[in-house]
Design a binder for this molecule. Structure first.
Ligand SMILES: [Zn+2]
Ligand SMILES: [Zn+2]
Length: 351
């Protein structure tokens, strides 16, 4: 089968590899759509996991197939697996966990001591025609929504999990920094979970337009101070919760913290670009909190799919184009690292 494998820094190749065989306890799927993520761009440019590195949960060296956001159809069930039935449309949970450590036992497999991702650390990936997954990684997905939406579950679950880090958001006011795929998914998750006023800070015009379309008030931080606007819209109080989905650094971190009311919580749902100093007293004298958010759990997956089924989350506006696997390096990855950064949102690949 054809697959996109990463061999080194900026060395991603669509090549012919052996189709994986189903094993006991696994499910084989035929991929229908797979999303290109900012993480894929980071892997392409920085190649953080050398080929010699063997992840304990995946047990194989690189080069690995990329693609961790995907949906497809079940084609074969391994021994001991009784569903979903062959032919079922499924969304794939990319992260894997050991099942034994303290976090796993507490139902927080996303914090597993040995966490790893299908499509990054091994185990095949969505940028190929077929993938064999552990049975617990496949979630039956509503047929009527189709495989493009199934491929959007992964990135949406990242955002869903981030909003759950602050508990119930119903009736709360939120500030979101960055309107890329994750920031916009945070807006969708906040809306679906009943948040009140949502202010989005984003310099890109097309991205701001999408945030507006999803029900947020979006501003260009170079023209309008999002902190001042948040306070204006909340009678001088500030946001109950904020989300930095940009990872830009000190400047967006400060916006996320300064936009909060006293006692509010800032969530970091990005990988920060480098280290930066933090004013600890900004938290001490206001009793604000700061927390990170990483990946998702089975509960997040089930709830995200339920919200899509109910129509309270509709990620269709985020899908900007669909391309073929043969074109993924030039028209997908390199395009997104260049001019596509401003014109594309979520690009899907149809292997
Ligand atoms: Zn991703
Ligand atoms: Zn674990």
């Amino acid at each position: 089968m054809k697959a996109l494998r990463l061999h080194g820094v900026r060395e991603a190749v669509v090549e012919e590899i052996a189709e994986p065989a189903v094993r006991p306890g696994t499910v084989k799927i035929k991929v229908e759509h797979a999303g290109i993520c900012g993480t894929d761009l980071g892997l392409f440019e920085q190649f953080m996991f050398p080929n010699e590195f063997v992840h304990p949960l995946f047990g194989c060296p690189g080069p690995h197939v990329l693609g961790h956001e995907f949906g497809g159809r079940v084609v074969e069930l391994g021994e001991g697996v009784d569903g979903p039935a062959v032919g079922t449309l499924v969304a794939v949970r990319a992260n894997r966990w050991c099942g034994e450590c303290e976090a796993c036992q507490a139902g927080a497999g996303n914090r597993c001591v040995a966490w790893g991702f299908t499509g990054i650390n091994g185990g095949g990936g969505g940028f190929s025609s077929h993938v064999v997954l552990n049975a617990d990684q496949v979630f039956a997905f509503p047929e009527e929504l189709g495989s493009q939406i199934a491929a959007m579950v992964e990135s949406t679950a990242v955002a869903w999990h981030a909003t759950k880090r602050v508990g119930d958001v119903a009736g709360k006011n939120a500030l979101v920094i960055g309107a890329g795929p994750v920031g916009l998914a945070v807006v969708m998750a906040l809306k679906a979970r009943g948040a009140e006023t949502i202010v989005v800070s984003e310099p890109g015009e097309a991205r701001r337009a999408l945030a507006q379309e999803l029900g947020a008030t979006a501003v260009d931080p170079r023209e309008t101070d999002p902190v001042a606007l948040m306070k204006e819209l909340t009678a001088g109080t500030g946001a109950d919760v904020s989300f930095d989905a940009s990872g830009v650094g000190r400047i967006t971190f400060d916006t996320a913290v300064n936009g909060l009311r006293t006692g509010g919580t800032a969530v970091y749902v990005a990988v920060a670009h480098g280290e930066f100093p933090v004013d600890v007293n900004a938290f001490v004298m206001t009793e604000k909190s700061f927390t990170g958010s990483f990946g998702y759990t089975d509960e997040d997956y089930a709830e995200t799919i339920d919200a899509m089924r109910a129509g309270t989350i509709d990620p269709r506006p985020l899908i900007s184009s669909v391309i073929e696997l043969d074109d993924i390096v030039e028209d997908g990855i390199k395009h997104l690292l260049g001019e596509g950064r401003n014109t594309e949102m979520k690009m899907l690949v149809a292997p």
